[in-house]
Each structure stands twice: as C-alpha cells, then as structure tokens.
Design a protein. Structure first.
Lengths: 321, 196
C-alpha cells in the first residue's frame, strides 16, 4: 500500500537522521523525497517523534525489561533483578500496592468518576456510587461489582480469565471491553468490543447455560427474566457509555427515567411533581453531575419550572397554569 | 528549537494522544475514511514542524483543536459539503474535558505495548531492535555482532519503527492489539494496583 510504503520510507529517514545531520548527498536525496508529495513531511515528522518516543520508553523501562530477556535467564529470574525492575517501575510514578492474593475494594462516591488501572493493565472506570472488590492471583482475575456501574477494558491473559460477578450474573471476558451495571433489581451488560460469556447463577448453581455476547450487544437480567441478549446499535452503546465522559444522553426517554439517571450522580435529588409531566420525553446531552443545569434545561424544554428547596429540586407545572 | 528537541516535544506532548484523537474522529465523524484521518493527522504533524511550540500549552488540546480545524478547513474548501459532515463538525466541538494523562496509557502500559509489538517482529529485526535498546549497542556494534551490513541494520530498524508507528495509531497505544501477552512481563505485577 502506498501509505504504508511512505511510512516505511519516512521511518528509514528518521533512523538516518537519528545519528546526526545527513551528509550532503543524502540531504539532497531527502529534500527530493520530501518534495514529491506534501504529505511526506508529516510522515517524517511523525516517524521522528515515534523514534524519540521509543527511545524514551526503552530508557524508562530498560532496567525492568532486562529481566525479561529471552532464553534461559527468563525462566529463573534473579530476585534482585526483579527488585530492580520494581524500583524502575516505582520511579516512573506508578503507585503500587502490595496485595498479592488479597482483595482490594474500590469505591466511588456519588458524582465521582474513578479511573483505575488494575495490576494486569486492565482499565476499570467506576461510575457514581459504585463498589467493586478486586481479587487477583496467579490463576484468576475476579471482580465483584457489589453496586453501581463499571466499565472494563480488559487486557488479554489466556491463563487468567477475567470474571466480573454482579447480582447473580457472571461475565467472563478474554481481552474485551464491556460495561456492567448493577441496579439490584436489574443487571445490565453492554459489550463494546470482543466477546464475553454471561452466565446467571445462584451461588454455586448455574441457572441458565452461559451465553456468548458479542460487541454491540447487551445482556440483561431482571427479576424472573432469565437472561435476555439483544443487539444494540453502536450509537446506542455509545450513548449508554456516555458516563465515561461524565455525560448522560437522553433521546426521548420519559422525564422520570431521565431524572432517575441524573439522580444517580448527585446528592441533589430531582423530584418530578406531576405524573403527566413525568412521562414526557426528553432529548439532550447533560453533564452527569450537574443536576441543577439538567433541571433548568429540562424545565425550559418542557415549559415547566424548577424550584429548589435545599438538596431537592422540584420539577413542576407552573403555578399560573 | 532544534530538530531533535522538536521531535522530542512532539513525542511527549502530541504522539501519546494520537490514538485517542483518531478514536474520537472515528466516533464523531463517521463519514471520514481511515485514509482521511491519516491525511488529517499527517497534515497536523507537518504543521507542528513549523509551529511555535512555546505557544502550545496543552498538546492534547492542541491536537483535538487542530484536527477539528482541519475538518472545517476542508469543508470550507469543498464546493459541496454533505449535511452529514456539517453535523459532524458540530459534534467535533465536544471534546472530553478529562485531562490527558488519565485517558492515555501510562508509560508502563505503553512500554508493555511496545514490547508486544516487538515480539511480533521478524527474528532478525527483533534482534536488531533489542541490541539497540536493551544492550545500548551502537549502529556499528550491532552490524558486527550480527555480521550484517550497516545498511541492513538501518533497514531492520526502519521496519521496526514503522510497525511501532502503526501500533501507536491505536487508542491507548495498541491495547486492542491481538498479540499475545509477553511471557514473564507479569511477574512483578500480580496483585498490584495503580490508582490514577
């Protein structure tokens, strides 16, 4: 492919430029290479930046990575070499907790969005008011989502499956990204990448056979409903995951439903004071934690008023109506 | 600013956010083809070569703004702009306000991704790479150690660099890569967590 060829040629020039200014003949060759297409300068600038980045990353991790050199040495790592590796990792600013085989609890407060990187590199983002217990050891990676909602971008590790349990559902992932929400009466899994296996169990018993759920699919388990798997448009998945960016998106949900969602993110609670009003549809993108702005916008959109009383905002039909 | 410093600045402040910007463009402006996005970023890098770097406070913010402006510039130049594109330009106003480091991979993760890509390189190419970065051998020393011509060393290094550059287009620098996790890289990570 043309683009790839340009990138390779650019990389070649970047390597040559690394060892200093080019001899005159080479410099002229570079000039004529650049002159051929206006896109080439950008390709070269990027290739040089990539070379610098590699240099820097290798310098940071060099001592840590030396312990994993191939061959016999890799199978019998010297404990001092590992210690040195650890020191190198510490020095690049990571906060390490020595909890080998233990359980760690991670909690987010109401309105808080907490981003964590687990020890295996998996990224876990906790939405508002969420509690997750993480138990990793040599054989398993287990997370129990006691309440709330979390998104996982799981690092592949075939020898240690990544399992999330939430309200009777067990979700097993191998290198994938998905979100899971535990509302007590309902557990909802949204897969954005790869495949997960979802099972519903009651303690030790499996209630339904595990089902595979692929990207852009959703699995729900609510009440007596065993397990429902349905496709989901990419757009809908994005919308459901807007909280990762601190936003909530409504596309015609009833006001009551929208309010319930916004209330999850804030101590300030919104109350809708009219059943008819509660059923009216709402459209918009809102900052999840700003319930006052949500209430004000919803009030304007629906032609009603928002009245604040301490920690409560009432949405109500105007008195003069 | 000399060329090396400029490259280093771009490597530190711009490159780590490229994957995120690409993902953002894909999500918000689905009418852009992968080739369009490549061209757009290439143009951004070309402009950075001439830009006054001291005036750029936040590399990530600069990158998002530059990308959006280029889409807009292109739309202004074009005679016919589909409605879809106009809506997309509007959508590109929404940049996640999360600060960069939280959304991009940590240096340690990037390093792991780097070795993952290196593990997929052809054997000789990988050896050259390792001698250069793990053993700190010079160009000439690598050529002598492997009994190959210096020019061949350059070729191998260019190939490795091109592959890594390709990997850096991925969000979080290639965490979507399907390459197997490197053996042994796990030893000092069990049970440790990094709060970000």
């Amino acid at each position: 492919m043309e683009r790839q060829r340009i990138a390779e040629e650019a990389a070649r020039w970047a390597v040559q430029l690394e060892s200093g200014p080019l001899p005159e003949e080479e410099a002229r060759a570079l000039d004529s290479w650049l002159a051929e297409d206006s896109g080439r300068l950008g390709a070269l600038v990027r290739a040089r930046a990539v070379a610098c980045r590699v240099e820097r990353l290798a310098a940071m991790g060099g001592s840590a990575e030396r312990t994993r050199e191939r061959g016999a040495a890799a199978h019998a790592p010297n404990r001092w070499a590992i210690a040195a590796g650890l020191a190198a990792i510490l020095s690049i600013g990571a906060l390490w907790l020595a909890t080998r085989g233990g359980v760690e609890s991670y909690r987010s407060e109401v309105g808080e969005l907490r981003k964590l990187t687990l020890s295996d590199g998996t990224r876990m983002v906790l939405s508002s008011a969420t509690l997750a217990r993480v138990a990793f050891d040599g054989e398993r990676r287990e997370v129990e989502l006691t309440r709330g909602e979390a998104h996982f971008d799981v690092v592949k590790d075939a020898s240690r499956p990544f399992v999330v349990r939430a309200g009777g559902l067990t979700v097993t992932a191998l290198g994938t990204a998905f979100a899971i929400r535990n509302d007590r009466e309902r557990v909802d899994v949204t897969v954005t990448e790869g495949v997960v296996e979802v099972a519903r169990s009651d303690g030790s018993r499996e209630l339904v056979a595990p089902r595979r759920v692929g990207a852009n699919h959703q699995a729900l388990s609510a009440g007596s409903l065993a397990l429902e798997v349905r496709p989901m448009a990419a757009r809908e998945a994005q919308r459901k995951l807007a909280w990762l960016d601190g936003m909530v998106v409504f596309e015609g949900e009833a006001l009551a439903e929208a309010v319930a969602e916004v209330n999850r993110y804030s101590r300030t609670q919104i109350v809708v004071r009219d059943a008819v009003l509660a059923s009216r549809p709402l459209v918009g993108i809102f900052r999840a934690t700003d319930s006052a702005a949500f209430a004000a916008t919803a009030a304007t959109a629906l032609g009603v008023e928002a009245v604040r009383d301490g920690d409560v905002i009432f949405l109500q039909v105007r008195a003069d109506h | 600013v000399n060329e090396t410093d400029r490259s280093r600045w771009i490597a530190t402040h711009i490159l780590p956010h490229e994957g995120e910007v690409r993902a953002w463009l894909r999500a918000r402006a689905s009418s852009l083809t992968p080739a369009d996005i490549d061209d757009l970023l290439q143009e951004t890098y070309a402009r950075l070569w001439r830009a006054d770097l001291a005036g750029i406070e936040n590399g990530r913010g600069y990158l998002f703004t530059a990308a959006r402006n280029l889409v807009l510039e292109e739309a202004r130049r074009a005679r016919i702009v589909p409605m879809e594109r106009m809506a997309e330009i509007e959508a590109l106003r929404l940049v996640s306000e999360e600060p960069g480091p939280e959304r991009s991979a940590s240096a340690r993760q990037q390093l792991e991704q780097l070795w993952r890509i290196v593990d997929t390189l052809p054997a000789q190419c990988r050896r050259v790479f390792e001698l250069r970065y793990l053993k700190d051998l010079s160009h000439g020393e690598i050529a002598r150690a492997l009994g190959i011509a210096p020019k061949t060393v350059d070729n191998h290094r260019a190939k490795a660099l091109a592959r890594i550059g390709e990997g850096m287009k991925e969000e979080h620098f290639g965490r979507r890569s399907t390459a197997p996790v490197a053996e042994g890289a796990r030893e000092h990570q069990d049970g440790a967590a990094e709060d970000r």
